[in-house]
Design a binder for this molecule. Structure first.
Ligand SMILES: *Cc1c(COP(=O)(O)O)cnc(C)c1O
Length: 374
């Protein structure tokens, strides 16, 4: 269900009026457009969006209207969604392992750039239209990210040199790409990768047309808001230092682009001492909380809108399904006076929330309320 709530500018106002029993995702297109504008103003290159973070058509349409004209896609289904929301946008197919049928779908849909991390998958691409970019994905072990993206995809430096030389020799537009790891806290990881990429291009004797610095930009999950400007500055400095003739830069944020645009409201179904049950959990919009610590930005309000202010008490949190695995891996600190029927308001839930919701046991956050600017 997608509802427009032009009367409400504020999630708690909506909750007090409607008392929803199912989870609600409050979507603020104005905040998404503002984040896109901030990336475009601050990042020293082209800004694209990684569709997997939140593939909702409203999200893709808002980004297209905000000037995002290229999208990182991983599957034909994601390509179809982009074509619906932004028909003229460029498609960057950055899932480096593809079936023959998926490659054919990508060619039909007019993919502009393909990432590869092994020779066999590069060979499998076959002939591509004139001007197609092939971007070699590099992986270095990176400390600091919330979890390591290099453990699945990416060639080590020696293999990257070999593939990059082959890309240039076959007449494709040569590029390099990497992903420093999601929710990466500072610019050092990007700087290290950028220097490694310059080294690989030199060893391959290839002038890079483009360097794709991936996603990984952090969202605000608690404490101080992340400093994206400092990360952009680190990327700019490292590129200028590492390359004699710097390639064009491109980034593909998912999380940091879309997280802040959605506030998730969950309801407390039952409270016992030391534990409580919510109306959504790890099979729903909290799926990522199995692997990332829960954010600390959570407000609890009573059904008549009073903020619960008692000191935090750690509680085991269960989701609504009948599966005993449906619980958060670590206790969550929630106000001691939390009660049945209360709402948890969790900002910053636009990335990897809705995208991971299953329908298991008939639950899962599906209701979206689109809000006007507050
Ligand atoms: C998931 C992904 C992204 C986005 O990552 P975030 O950490 O959400 O910014 C970007 N590029 C590729 C290739 C990805 O797989």
């Amino acid at each position: 269900m997608t509802t427009l709530a032009p009367e409400a500018t504020d999630a708690s106002e909506y909750l007090i009026r409607h008392r929803p029993d199912a989870p609600v995702m409050f979507f603020r297109p104005d905040l998404l457009a503002a984040t896109a504008a901030a990336f475009r103003a601050g990042f020293p290159g082209r800004v694209t969006y990684a569709v997997k973070a939140n593939p909702a058509v409203e999200v893709l349409g808002t980004l297209a209207a905000a000037g995002i004209d290229a999208f990182d896609v991983a599957s034909p289904e994601e390509m179809t969604r982009v074509r619906e929301a932004a028909p003229g946008a460029a498609l960057h197919y950055n899932n480096p392992v593809r079936s023959a049928d998926e490659i054919a779908a990508g060619k039909r849909m007019g993919v502009d750039s393909w990432s590869v991390d092994r020779m066999s998958e590069f060979d499998k691409l076959g002939a591509l239209p004139e001007g197609s970019e092939v971007s070699v994905r590099l992986a270095l072990p990176v400390p600091g990210a919330a979890y390591d993206f290099g453990s699945k995809f990416g060639a080590g430096p020696d293999l990257a040199v070999e593939i990059l030389a082959a890309v240039a020799a076959r007449g494709f537009v040569p590029a390099l790409t990497f992903h420093p790891g999601t929710q990466c806290p500072d610019g050092a990881a990007w700087a290290r990768y950028i220097h490694a990429c310059a080294d690989i291009a030199r060893r391959a004797d290839v002038q890079l047309a483009r360097l794709n610095v991936g996603g990984g930009f952090p969202a605000h999950r608690g404490g101080a808001a992340p400093d994206l400007a400092a990360i952009f500055a680190a990327i700019r400095t490292a590129t200028a230092e590492a390359f004699e003739a710097p390639p064009a830069l491109i980034c593909e944020p998912g999380r940091a682009m879309v997280a802040e645009a959605v506030t998730l409201a969950l309801r407390v179904k039952a409270v016992e001492s030391g534990a409580l049950t919510l109306n959504d959990g790890v099979y729903g919009a909290l799926g990522e909380w199995r692997d990332l610590p829960a954010p600390s930005r959570i407000d609890v309000i009573s059904p008549d809108g009073h903020l619960r202010r008692a000191a935090g008490v750690p509680r085991i949190v269960f989701g609504p399904t009948c599966d005993s695995l449906d619980r958060l891996p670590r206790p969550l600190d929630l106000p001691g006076d939390i009660a049945e029927g209360d709402y948890l308001l969790i900002p910053g839930m636009g990335a990897y929330g809705a995208a991971l919701v299953t329908a298991f046991n008939g639950y899962g956050a599906r209701d979206v309320v689109t809000m006007r600017a507050g």
